[in-house]
Design a protein around this ligand. Structure first.
Ligand code: ADP
Ligand code: ASP
Ligand code: MG
Length: 475
């Protein structure tokens, strides 16, 4: 059994969904379990509708929901012959009445709570999984849609719920395993789950990758495939730096570090369940299914090149915390970290001196309540719009001269470095710069660390002419 997850761009419209059917057909012998994201941008549009409703603009909210309704019906209609369309149409329509009621309720209360947000955002994956499973059936694949809220059981931390692994495993064995044994393809929405009481939850934006690995690990899949819009995991974000190269193989440790430090191609938590059960994860391109993609696994042969990839994580804020009398008293660091911990704010980088502690955190988590708690015993100032750039590679800590190369390259790009972290991780050098400087810094680093013409032992230049394989026929 394998798990195949298709991201938003891989199901964005009728031709994309047609390709998905072809790709899944090519894996039938391996008993695929399929997870899909919402159609590209649908989650953002649902959120925009929720925000409009919360601001009291009910009409705008309903207009956005109507646009989503039209898009889903049009996509299904383009893909499905009459009889199949008339079967799926009521199923699609049945989602829009509760969606409109929810938006009307939010507009009346002028309040969009995390719990309502989860309910609202779940419609994206509920709808896409309905369409994709109907297309599979119409193309002669034995498939059945499964509501992932019956299987992915989580705690009640709405918008970032944590999976309850034992319960999830039991539900998958009860609901999904029997389908796999009958060679029927279960088709589920990623990202969404439910509490033990059946209240809808989501596991964080971009979380469909994580759903795939939770389910893959729970069902002991042979491998997990993440199908997306780029050739695989690359030496940096190809949208930031067109010279980025495909990484054919990478270790769990390095890939997890890249995902945590901004390589959006994988949700940061994706690799944890896979590492625990030692299941290889492949990142593949749904626009070029014949491409090799990236294999992420436990042991990857060493390479002569010190750097594997460069990642950038935007939306960071630097929080400066100084002692009230110009020095930091005993126990100050512990007290400061306790505040971040109490507010469940993850600290990405920390630096300290005699007079102050400086921390880089995700901007959304530097909440006013957290800052107010710090102000009870310290002087606090914030610098928003920062980004963390990370250079990741095997045993970077032991490579002489690597820091000089990294910071020389950043300096040559005319970029000022605000904070540095090296040595805490064996495989990562991270530093903080202004968000606007990210493209210049990353391009300069990529040029210097991955020189043109060099035959990297693990990387190959990207084929920029991404081939669109209609109906997956070339696989
Ligand atoms: P999906 O909708 O399939 O989940 P995402 O947009 O979440 O896709 O992730 C794919 C995107 O990740 C790519 O379009 C690319 O811009 C970005 N990305 C960032 N870092 C990397 C990297 N190192 N390798 C490949 N893609 C990356
Ligand atoms: N649709 C969700 C999002 O946009 C989950 C995902 O695509 O992984 O965040
Ligand atoms: Mg994603």
């Amino acid at each position: 059994m394998i798990v195949m997850k298709f991201g938003g761009t891989s199901v964005e419209d009728a031709p994309a969904i047609e390709r998905v059917a072809g790709i899944v057909r090519s894996r039938l012998a391996e008993d695929p379990v399929v997870l899909v994201s919402a159609l590209a941008r649908a989650t953002d549009q649902l959120l925009a509708a929720g925000k409009a409703a919360a601001a009291g603009d009910r009409d705008r909210a309903l207009e956005l929901s109507e646009a989503l309704r039209q898009r889903h019906l049009r996509t299904a209609c383009e893909l499905l012959p009459g009889t199949h369309f008339s079967k799926v149409q009521p199923a699609l329509e049945s989602n829009f009445k509760p969606l409109q009621e929810l938006l009307t309720g939010v507009a009346t209360l002028r309040e969009l709570s995390p719990r309502s947000t989860d309910c609202l955002l779940s419609f994206g994956e509920l709808l896409s999984s309905e369409i994709v499973s109907a297309v599979f059936v119409a193309r002669g694949l034995a498939a059945e849609r499964v509501d992932s809220r019956e299987c992915l059981i989580t705690d009640a931390s709405h918008t970032k719920a944590a999976p309850l692994f034992d319960e999830t495993r039991a539900r998958l064995e009860g609901r999904v395993r029997p389908l796999v044994e009958r060679h029927v393809i279960p088709v589920m929405g990623g990202f969404i789950g439910a509490t033990l009481d059946g209240v809808t939850t989501t596991i964080g934006r971009g979380g469909s990758d994580y759903s795939a690995s939770i389910m893959g690990a729970a069902m002991r899949a042979e491998r997990i495939e993440i199908w997306t819009d780029v050739p695989g995991m690359m030496t940096t974000d190809p949208n930031l730096c067109p010279e980025a190269r495909l990484i054919e193989e990478i270790s769990f440790e390095e890939a997890a570090e890249l995902a945590s430090f901004g390589a959006k191609v994988l949700h940061p938590a994706t690799l944890l369940p896979a590492i625990e059960k030692n299941i290889p994860v492949f990142v593949l391109n749904s626009r070029n299914p014949a491409g090799a993609g990236t294999c992420i696994r436990a042991h990857v042969p060493g390479n002569h090149h010190p750097v594997r990839a460069i990642a950038a994580k935007r939306h960071s804020t630097i929080v400066n915390v100084a002692g009230e009398r110009g020095e930091i008293p005993r126990g100050f660091l512990r007290e400061v970290l306790a505040v971040f911990d109490r507010h469940q704010c993850q600290v990405d980088i920390v630096a300290s001196s005699q007079v102050r502690i400086t921390l880089a955190v995700e901007s959304d988590s530097a909440a006013p309540e957290l800052l107010a708690d710090l102000e009870h015993f310290a002087q606090v100032s914030c610098e928003p719009r920062q980004a963390i750039v990370s250079v990741v590679g095997e045993n970077l800590r032991g490579r002489q001269g690597i820091a000089a190369s990294v910071f020389g390259s950043v300096a040559a790009a005319g970029v000022n470095v605000r904070m540095i972290s090296q040595g805490a991780s064996e495989i990562n050098i991270s530093f903080v710069i202004h968000e606007d400087d990210v493209p210049a810094a990353v391009r300069s680093l990529h040029k210097d660390l991955f020189p043109k013409g060099e035959v990297a032992s693990y990387g190959s230049p990207v084929d920029t002419s991404i081939e669109v394989t209609a109906h997956g026929s070339k696989i």
